[in-house]
Design a protein around this ligand. Sequence first.
Ligand code: ADP
Length: 358
Amino acid sequence: MSESNVTESEIRDAIAGIPDPEIGRSLGELDMIKKIMVESSGQVQIEIELPTPAYPNHERISEAIQKTLSEKSLGNVSVLFSSDVKGKNTGGGIGLKVKNIIAVGSGKGGVGKSTVAASLAYGLNSMGCKVGLLDADVYGPSIPHMVGATEKPSAIEETSASGETITRVQPIDAHGVKVISMGFFIDSDQAVIWRGPLLHRAITQFLKETNWGELDYLIIDMPPGTGDVCLTLSQSVGLAGAVVVCTPQQVALLDAIKAISMFNQVNIPVLGIVENMTGEIFGRGGAKKKAEELGLPFLGEIPIEANIRIQGDAGKIADLFKEDSPARPYLIDVTQRIAMQIAKELLETPSMPTLEIL
Ligand code: ADP
């Protein structure tokens, strides 16, 4: 067949069965073939829509397409990529337009949970996602400091569809990420005792009354080890899942197991474990081994590195994603693994039973 006679449907038929290298279902089943354009010269342009911009090594898809089409002599092809973040959209009940809500938790403080939460937010943001960061670590709200958000959020008034005036809090835009934290509302030396109902009210207000707008991902930095905020989240919004952060040594892993069982108890799916502060001091690989033992995904490791602390202290977590930052490849890897874990859980199995099964 002469290449210029190739039709769009021939191309579609030829590539629809190619398996997606991450999710394992075909490009056709996953509805990833967004557009096929055949030019009169025989040049073919294919647009592939990824389920998240955090998709790793998407060149694998173009290589597979090119190989398949060249084997069938079906034209000269160039593959373009776009993305549309897939999500559970669980916040609709309380008016949130957020595709994926991700909790970042740990069994105890000091393991780098807030650092990982902020890094995840900036990692996703650096890939082009719309991201919010909710600091629910009311016992030690460190996010404003880490992301360099010093001003106080302002209140804005909106008129609802039914004509009521609603007051909302405008989150702080910190280098492109929308941030809200209890740290904005209390003095840093003010001790606050949070009892369950008060905590529940504060978190619900943060979720409902913040002007988040449309987000692809809302990252929640959880308080370490406590169950109250988990319960509130599972009751009010439902989550894409929780990421558990721990350091590699055995004692820290025991705490991580407690965090996992707490999420399990309130039916929040655990996306997996991130090992932070990997290196000479705490060792390496403990979290990966533990994840395997527990049958949970391992979501990457982040080395212990002075620059991570220095940038966190300086309010410049976003700078960890600069090209020359040594932490960048690790943080990108963790970001991609987390986003893909959510995409996999959503897309690995067909959402509707097929006719043959019925
Ligand atoms: P948590 O939220 O678990 O209490 P933080 O994120 O506040 O922990 O981190 C505790 C301290 O450790 C902070 O000073 C932070 O900058 C530092 N830190 C976190 N991760 C790393 C890392 N990978 N390398 C070096 N320092 C780190």
